[in-house]
Design a protein around this ligand. Structure first.
Ligand code: SME
Length: 159
């Protein structure tokens, strides 16, 4: 049983709480899927205005859906396709202000408008990607990106 610190009205404070708390959530005695599942619980609690958050896990030339919070989603995404598959293929963060304007976007939850996808890189290899969707256009700004990149680095230490 975990007691989470109280949520703040300030998004920077909430990101700092995630960054402080996340390393202590890691349990080296359980598998990566359990640790990623708990990570999603923490992020979902502290990040506002999102409708889907989860991991897509690398399996050879595909990504397969992993622990997430949100509506049931597509199970398999080929490397290089969609926003997630592009993050996997390039190893680079992908940000979309409005997915309805993005031809390379795979619709899973029709409510989604903005999307950010962060590759989780360990020893130079993409292990999985963290996908976050918001129902609000332009939801993710530089503050979100700065903190989400820190969070991605912490998650990479779980491997
Ligand atoms: N939109 C993603 C697919 C996953 S869902 O958003 C959860 C993409 O284009 O890769």
């Amino acid at each position: 049983m975990y007691t989470l610190p109280p949520k703040s009205d300030n998004k920077i404070d909430n990101y700092r709480k995630i960054e402080q708390y996340l390393p202590s959530l890691f349990d080296k005695e359980v598998n990566i899927y359990s640790n990623l599942a708990n990570t999603i619980g923490l992020l979902k609690y502290f990040i506002d205005d999102i409708n889907w958050i989860g991991f897509y896990l690398v399996e050879k030339d595909y990504l397969v859906v992993g622990p997430f919070a949100g509506l049931p989603s597509c199970t398999k995404i080929p490397k290089g396709l969609g926003v997630c598959g592009t993050a996997y293929a390039t190893g680079k963060l992908q940000i979309v202000s409005d997915v309805t304007e993005c031809s390379n976007h795979i619709v899973c939850d029709p409510e989604s408008r903005a999307e950010v996808v962060l590759p989780i890189v360990h020893k130079g290899q993409v292990m999985c990607v963290l996908d976050i969707d918001s129902p609000y256009i332009d939801r993710f700004d530089n503050i979100d990106i700065e903190h989400l990149e820190k969070i991605a680095k912490i998650i990479s230490t779980f491997y």
